[in-house]
Design a protein around this ligand. Structure first.
Ligand code: B16
Ligand code: MG
Length: 213
């Protein structure tokens, strides 16, 4: 029988596809700086923190700036991103995700969010999902980005559970690595070949039963 008592969900790519809006905002910044940024380039930003994402973007453009300018560029991108997420609709929650969380709650499991995003609460509120989470750990609460396990260890701690009683749902390679380093079971959400270190991989939450745990 499963010993799992807590589920920790990543946000972007697991509950909602905010990667689309991150991409549009990063592309806008790249275009202002006079280079193009493709959807393929955007793949390497998934699960990565805002400042690390900027470094990857600037590398693509072959540009470098001082720290003050980089902070201003990241803030500019974030403003566009926030404008996008403030127009999100409730039906943008990925298929089956809400139902899966509802079932997990009904079965007595504790629920946490473990997202690198500093905008996670805005997104949860916009999608009317905030009440589904016992604990929310986001980019404002940790100093070390995934693949460091800090975010998931803090989530387990705040849920009052040992890491071994928790399962993480992640779509990014860095997130799977963080979950495994935290000593947790990890279910990848996406394609098996890209999430090889996960204990199991699902394409999404549609038709996924709690017995996956
Ligand atoms: P923000 P997750 C991550 O969310 C995104 O996948 C990543 O693309 C983004 O750079 C990061 O959040 C930081 O987001 O700029 O809003 O603080 O997958 O950890 O839920
Ligand atoms: Mg993600």
């Amino acid at each position: 029988m499963s010993t799992i008592k807590g589920c920790i969900f990543d946000l972007d790519g697991v509950i909602v596809n905010t990667a689309r809006y991150h991409y549009l905002a990063w592309k806008k910044l790249a275009n202002e700086l006079d280079f193009d940024f493709s959807e393929k380039d955007n793949e390497s930003l998934k699960g990565v923190s805002r400042m690390e994402s900027l470094e990857i973007l600037l590398k693509v453009g072959g540009l470098s700036f001082d720290d003050e300018t980089k902070l201003a560029l990241a803030a500019r991108k974030n403003q566009w991103y926030v404008d996008y997420i403030n127009s999100m609709e409730e039906d943008e929650v990925l298929p089956g995700a809400k139902k899966f969380i509802e079932r997990a709650r009904a079965a007595g499991l504790k629920i946490a969010l473990g997202s690198a995003s500093k905008n996670a609460l805005t997104i949860l509120n916009r999608l009317k999902l905030a009440d589904y989470f016992d604990v929310v750990i986001d980019g404002t609460k940790v100093s070390r980005a995934k693949p460091d396990p800090e975010i998931f260890l803090l989530a387990a701690h705040e849920l009052g559970l040992p890491p071994s009683d928790c399962v993480v749902f992640e779509d990014a390679k860095a997130g799977v690595e963080a979950a495994k380093k935290a000593g947790m079971k990890c279910i990848g959400v996406g394609i098996r070949s890209e999430l090889a270190d996960a204990d199991a991989v699902i394409p999404g939450f549609e038709n996924i039963d709690l017995c996956i745990l």
